[in-house]
Unconditional design. Structure first.
Length: 392
């Protein structure tokens, strides 16, 4: 702890390899490397916020000096170990990786006293971390993509590893009581449903802005009553006017559900378009490698291009581009005099075939998401694409 104003906590774990408990995916070394690369300068809040807060008044500071480190962990006991055998249970330990950084508090954070604290939030966190480090930790807020490797023999479930493609996808590293992917020390705990909380908050904010806080509150209460199956008591003294009002609210809630379904379809369309854009970027990068190496009179062999493609599909963009540059350098070194290709090779038709394959992949992806898609006669261009209307 550096208690010199405004304060700093050094060496806190941001994310650790292993299962992200309660979230349905795992963290591997590549995930930790990506978080380490993007985390410097990332903001941190006092928790992820609740359904009634937007987080503006909960900013605590930023992450600095982020680095990666390895350690051994006994997952049975949930404690770090010095040797391959756990000193407590004698079981085998595993080599793990984590992203570690220094959290620098902002001066304005000392005006935050959430949840009834009688001291500023930074003072409380530093004292809490020093006296009971297992009672708090870091939970990141991120927009993950996922890599699913081929299933290994004997595996009981399909593994899915989180991936970050760009700095903008890592949004925050917040202080919480229950982080999902930090199993020991200043990072113990499970199950922090931050994405659900923030999505619900956003939806409620939209209703409040559109219809006012009073009506939004009534809608929320009506939804919760229906969700939990509450039944109104059949009493003759019950106010008929109140019953009519509740019926009207129920009807409005049903209409709101239809609107949310429509918005969800639009969002899925945007996500599909974004995924297509990423696929096009990867295809363009591979095509660029082919063309540049061909101009050098030393085309990259198919096996090497396949390895670059595998890395791109796995989300390891950094390694893929390093390998691509190395292969181009090799082509340059091995360059030879131009050679003629015969007409029988079929290379002249290749660009059109490749375009048809790309369009076919995009059509398949959109149709799996329920879109209506039409192409031109030779299949080289999408002429119409639109999401299906809800209920149709």
């Amino acid at each position: 702890m550096d208690r010199a104003f405004p304060g700093r906590i050094r060496g806190a774990s941001i994310i650790t390899t292993g299962p992200a408990l309660g979230h349905g995916f795992d963290i591997d070394r590549t995930t930790v490397e990506q978080v380490t690369e993007f985390a410097a300068g990332t903001r941190g809040r006092w928790t992820h916020g609740s359904l009634s807060e937007d987080g503006l008044g909960r900013h605590l500071g930023t992450w600095e000096n982020v680095r990666m480190e390895s350690f051994r962990l006994c997952r049975t006991c949930g404690v770090p170990a010095e040797q391959e055998a756990c000193g407590q249970c004698g079981g085998e330990t595993s080599l793990e990786w984590r992203s570690v950084g220094d959290f620098s508090f902002a001066s304005s954070a000392h005006r935050i006293r959430p949840d009834g604290l009688d001291v500023p939030a930074p003072v409380y966190l530093m004292e809490r971390a020093q006296e009971d480090p297992s009672s708090l930790g870091i939970s990141i807020v991120a927009r993950f993509g996922y890599y699913e490797p081929p299933a290994r023999e004997g595996e009981k479930r399909q593994r899915r590893f989180a991936r970050l493609e760009a700095r903008r996808d890592l949004r925050r590293g917040d202080w919480v009581a229950d982080p999902a992917a930090n199993p020991v020390g200043l990072h113990e705990g499970t199950r922090a449903p931050s994405a659900l909380t923030e999505e619900a908050t956003h939806e409620l904010n939209q209703i409040v802005q559109r219809e006012g806080a009073a009506k939004a509150k009534l809608r929320a209460l009506a939804f919760l009553s229906r969700y939990f199956g509450d039944q109104a008591e059949d009493e003759s003294t019950e106010d008929d006017e109140e019953q009519d009002r509740l019926a009207e609210l129920q009807s409005q809630l049903d209409e709101q559900g239809k609107e949310l379904n429509s918005l969800r379809a639009i969002l899925e369309g945007y996500e599909a378009a974004e995924e297509i854009r990423h696929q096009d970027e990867k295809a363009s990068y591979l095509e660029g490698l082919r063309q540049q190496s061909a101009k050098l009179n030393a085309p990259i062999v198919a096996a090497d291009l396949a390895e670059v493609e595998r890395l791109l599909e796995g989300g390891d963009l950094k390694t893929a581009k390093v390998l691509g540059e190395a292969l181009l350098a090799k082509s340059k070194a091995e360059g030879q005099t131009a050679f003629a290709r015969g007409e029988s090779t079929g290379l002249a038709a290749e660009p059109k075939d490749r375009k048809k394959a790309s369009v076919a992949a995009r059509v398949s992806m959109l149709r799996r998401r329920g879109w209506r898609v039409e192409t031109n006669q030779d299949g080289t261009e999408i002429v119409r694409a639109a999401p299906r209307s809800a209920g149709r």
